[in-house]
Design a binder for this molecule. Structure first.
Ligand SMILES: Cc1cc2nc3c(=O)[nH]c(=O)nc-3n(C[C@H](O)[C@H](O)[C@H](O)COP(=O)(O)OP(=O)(O)OC[C@H]3O[C@@H](n4cnc5c(N)ncnc54)[C@H](O)[C@@H]3O)c2cc1C
Length: 455
């Protein structure tokens, strides 16, 4: 490949802050709120025009409830849901036999509420601003270089929290990272889309009353008779029939998620194998292919699934949803056994319970494995190797490919955000590296402030 040398240049320092959060998705919003709680100078940068990350693409938040039905994520993530609820923009945490707990949220309200809460906390939010690079001094990040319409500027920070979903900061700072399974295969992305005018009651009563025709994966059919907000996963025989009739469908399962508005559903059925979410060419191909897939998926839903007869396509999500890219190598790498054995860690800073849920990198299927209860997320998995003043929260913490498939859902990502934000605050207050803070003190603060940790 041809190369050119980028000339060195001096950049204006835009600001000097205590904590810089990169990425305003579920983990980043909560991390910034936690870090700013006692008046530290906190900036959050977000490359898109809105906050929320994957919380804005039509997904229900999974993970507030554990496999035993109890609530296992509280604290700031719950406060965020409470604020949405004040606007009728979030549901209760509804038990679900497959997903444990589903919490429906209205994407537009997520964007507004996130902004309001961060502004109230004094966080300096910069939208339309991408993280571009790090400024290092030995193994310490002095600051980051941001890129916007204004050009390149620097923000100096005492601690940086990488909530980019792709470990962008960690990767640039030289933290060793991994991608995908042993063959490098990553879970495929999905472009979500929503439909209006769906008779969601007709759908659920058909499933409840005709279990032989409308078979769902793992969820007993009678569940649908009792719940008006739900996720359908399955209806495989309908997909098979549509495929036999010539429709080109990328998956064997139907996934329908009811929205908060009457008649609204979100569809999680596009699937583009082989996309690398850190490569714009690959992402562009993924977007195009997913849009192509929507045509036949829409025909399938209208023609084969009860309740969709009069549906119309209302919107596609603002971006292709990326399930997996880089994972950092941290002080501890969570693995499959930790999830399945309901591991407990002395440095637990969050509790999760979502099962292993791998959308296969190749082919169209998915594997789910439950543990029966909760597992801890240790602080060491948020602390990267090699770089001192960096923390990572969200789906890119230090795990294996398999463990990542469990911890990646949004409620645990939010809980990790709270842990990382409070840890960053302690590190700044004590003038020490995040890896050196007293984790028992952090755990104490988390519990005192309302987060859930197992006794
Ligand atoms: C199709 C799909 C279905 C899923 N289904 C569910 C589900 O039903 N329920 C559930 O709970 N979870 C689900 N997940 C998983 C979940 O959405 C993600 O794992 C979770 O959102 C990760 O949170 P995060 O904060 O780590 O990253 P993200 O939500 O990805 O947020 C990262 C943020 O950082 C910003 N950013 C990235 N790079 C930069 C940069 N260089 N500079 C500035 N900003 C940057 C992004 O714009 C984004 O706002 C699904 C994921 C996908 C893709």
């Amino acid at each position: 490949m041809q190369e050119i040398v980028e000339q060195g240049r001096s950049l204006p320092v835009r600001s000097e802050v205590d904590v810089l959060v990169v990425g305003g998705g579920p983990s980043g919003i909560i991390a910034a709120l936690a870090a700013a709680e006692d008046g530290l100078r906190v900036t959050l940068i977000e490359s898109r025009s809105f906050l929320g990350g994957n919380m804005t693409i039509g997904l229900p938040i999974l993970g507030f409830l554990g496999q035993k039905g109890n609530q296992i994520i509280e604290g700031l993530p719950q406060k965020f849901i409470d604020r949405l609820k004040e606007l009728n923009a979030a549901s209760e945490h509804r038990p679900c036999p497959l997903h444990m707990g589903i919490t429906l949220v209205e994407p537009e309200a997520v964007k507004a509420v996130a902004f309001e809460m961060l502004a109230e906390s004094g966080v300096d939010v910069m939208l339309y601003t991408s993280f571009a690079d790090v400024v290092m001094a030995a193994n310490k990040i002095q600051g980051v270089i941001i890129e916007s319409k204004k050009g390149r500027e620097a923000i100096l920070a005492k601690v940086v929290i990488d909530c980019s979903g792709d470990a962008d900061v960690a990767y640039r700072a030289g933290v060793p990272c991994e991608k995908g399974n042993e063959q490098g295969g990553m879970q495929p992305p999905t472009l979500m889309f929503s439909l209006g005018n769906v008779d969601t009651d007709k759908l659920r009563f058909c499933i409840a009353e005709e279990p032989r025709t409308y078979l769902t994966d793992f969820i007993p059919n009678e569940y649908f008779g009792q719940n008006h907000q739900y996720i359908v996963v399955g209806l495989r025989s309908l997909v098979q029939k549509a495929k036999a009739d010539g429709l080109n469908l990328p998956t064997d399962r139907t996934i329908v998620i009811t929205g908060l508005e009457k008649g609204e559903v979100w569809i999680n059925m596009t699937r583009v194998n082989g996309v690398d979410g850190t490569d714009p060419v690959s992402l562009t191909k993924g977007e195009l292919e997913a849009r192509r897939q929507i045509r036949d998926i829409f025909k399938y839903l209208k023609g084969y699934v009860p309740g969709f007869e009069n549906a119309f396509l209302s919107r596609t999500a603002p971006f292709l949803g990326i399930r997996e890219t880089r994972r950092i190598i941290g002080k501890y790498i969570m693995n499959r056994e930790d999830i399945l054995s309901c591991a407990r860690f002395e440095d637990a800073v969050a509790v999760a319970s979502y099962p292993l849920d791998i959308h296969h990198p190749v082919g169209g299927d998915c594997t789910l494995e439950w543990s029966g209860d909760c597992y801890d997320i240790p602080y060491r998995s948020l602390v990267p190797e090699k770089v001192e003043n960096l923390l990572v929260a969200g789906r890119t913490i230090s795990t294996t490919h398999e463990a990542m498939s469990a911890i990646r859902v949004m409620a645990p990502c939010m809980a990790m955000g709270e842990a990382a934000g409070r840890a960053a605050k302690m590190a700044v207050r004590n003038g020490m590296a995040p890896s050196a803070i007293d984790v028992q003190e952090l755990r104490k603060e988390l519990v005192e402030k309302g987060a859930y940790l197992r006794p």
